[in-house]
Design a protein around this ligand. Sequence first.
Ligand SMILES: Cc1ncc(C[n+]2csc(CCOP(=O)(O)OP(=O)(O)O)c2C)c(N)n1
Length: 687
Amino acid sequence: MTVRTHCVTSLGFLYNVHFKGYVMNKFLDQIEFPDDLKKVKREDLPQLAREIRDALLESISKTGGHLSSNLGVVELTLAMHYVFDSPTDKFVWYVGHQSYVHKLLTGRRKDFHTLRKYKGLSGFTRREESPHDHWNCGHGGTSISAAIAFAKARDLSKKDHKIIAVIGDGSLTAGMAFEGLNHTGHLKSDMIVVLNDNEMAIARNVGGLSAHLSKIMTGQVMIKIKQEIDQMLLAIPGIGKDISRYAHRLDEAIMGVFIPGRLFEDLGLRYVGPVDGHDTETLIDTFNTIKDLKGPTLVHVVTRKGKGYELAEEKADVWHGASPFDVETGEFHKKKANPNYTSVFAEALIDLAKKDEKIIAITAAMPDGTGIKKFEKVFPERTFDVGMAEQHGVAFAGALSIDGFKPVVAIYSTFLQRAYDQVVHDICLMNLSVTFAMDRAGLVGEDGATHQGLFDIAYLRTLPNMVIMAPKDENEMRSMLKTSIDHPGPVALRYPRGAGLGVPLDDEIQTVEIGKGEVIEDGSDIAIIAYGHMVQPAVEVAEMLQQEGISVAVVNARFVKPMDKELLYKFAAKTHCLITLEEHSVQGGFGSAVLEALQEDEAPAGTRVKCIGVGDIVVEHGAPALVRKDLKLDVQGIYETITGYLSTVIKAGGNGTGKKWFSENGKKSNVENGAKGAHKVEHSVNG
Ligand SMILES: Cc1ncc(C[n+]2csc(CCOP(=O)(O)OP(=O)(O)O)c2C)c(N)n1
């Protein structure tokens, strides 16, 4: 039976032919690689574009993914592959989330259904995935820097292929993009920068640059209108010519001469555009015209995010990163879940801000993802979207704090990486009261390697004045948020992606004592010292171990810095065997902080420590449950790691502290076995 969900497009018709259950694409089916695309006639490209949109909808509605950005770049990607010769000519995409069409045209269509899935295609460009991907990305604004380097490398190697950087108008708000443009203008190597301007980042783009781009477009419209008026005037018999001349003089006097793309020209790039990004003919002609030009050229291409799927055109932000959905109705297949950390954070921030007018929220182009959009609805004048400009956002927060405000910088753990120097130089060294609300700290799932929040403890832990905490659940996160905002100094509050535990929320938001952990369960054989959202699995693992007759303490550490050494030393002395548990890189992470604390003079001697977390690897994309399983960071995996560790301890003759509590068959035996020793540190990690 032929079953087909047809797409609700702005054009409103079914694109593909269906035969015995198969969707037949007249042109797309003939294309595996760019050479095949080049055989399609130019006049057939619009039809191919429709087929591609259909394929995108069909697939992304099942896998989830970045829908609206990709629908917007169909013609642009087609034209690029039509004119240039990838992979000899190098395309460098921005962010990488808009490379799906490029993937479909470069041998990856057969695997497209695995997009963002565990062991499947990445949702971003990956060198490991295809020779057509030259640069791995996921964080925005890097494409121009990479491209100008590829251009220079080509020049130095005396080769002559083309280099094409693509950059979105949202990504162009990243400081790094300007650094790249500035250098490109200086080096003068042959290179093309395609500016994909859809007036959107994830949400509406912000700032003067965005206004500049709109002005260019308005300027173009004005020129066109003026040309039309001019023609009408000239058509007036007799006096038409004179009126036209007069109008021109007036126009120049009032408006000045508007030079489109002046900004780019001044930076040293030739400006071409704006070009209709959905007109394949114009795009191909433009690329053919500029491809052999000397020096750097910026082509300003205007596209519509979500193009071809009405719902995504209307709400491109909602459809930026779509979870699986019904193509007909546009309904997302959402599973019922507990309120997620992001929304609990946003509500808590609103509650706190109602009582404290000094609280300010800052986001770097992520109002939806961080929950700040909700805050903005209540406090528009206290909300700042700085664009994809994390560095600026952090410095901006620092100075606000000096003038008595209480900025909360809501930022994903992964994107705070970009503002590292600002955290050091503009916040910590001055001990300024800024809260970093680090969402997506830990494993992020389908976004994968570039987005994992696995390094923040390590990169923040060394900084003077910084307090670092993580809640065991969403209610504790509210308390920690209040604690952070009240604290007179910088605080990093990390919480994970996704649903909370569904715990009841306190009527009144509480605080926690800085530097104090919490004993969840007492025990005497081993103590699991868990950090943040790993407390819950620790409790479950402890139950399993208790079934084996092992007395397990569970501690909610709450703080990496300052660490609750009193509590740590208490359990070190009591059990001589600590297991640290975190969803973070073990190198430099919470476990490392515990080890450091245990080497201090006042620490009890003779404690074995096993650090469980993520090892020194790149963690790839996939459903969080599968990735956790792979890393042995799910309950079963943690249980196996701990029992495996305990049996090596037995083989080594006990824990070296005079206590042997585990027999060969895995049951507790409590046999005393020897003298006290120094700390034995097991640095082995999961993953
Ligand atoms: C450094 C960094 N900050 C934030 C993000 C999150 N992010 C992903 S896409 C995006 C908006 C990109 O806008 P634009 O470049 O215009 O792309 P498009 O509209 O084509 O999706 C943002 C803010 C990121 N990927 N990298």
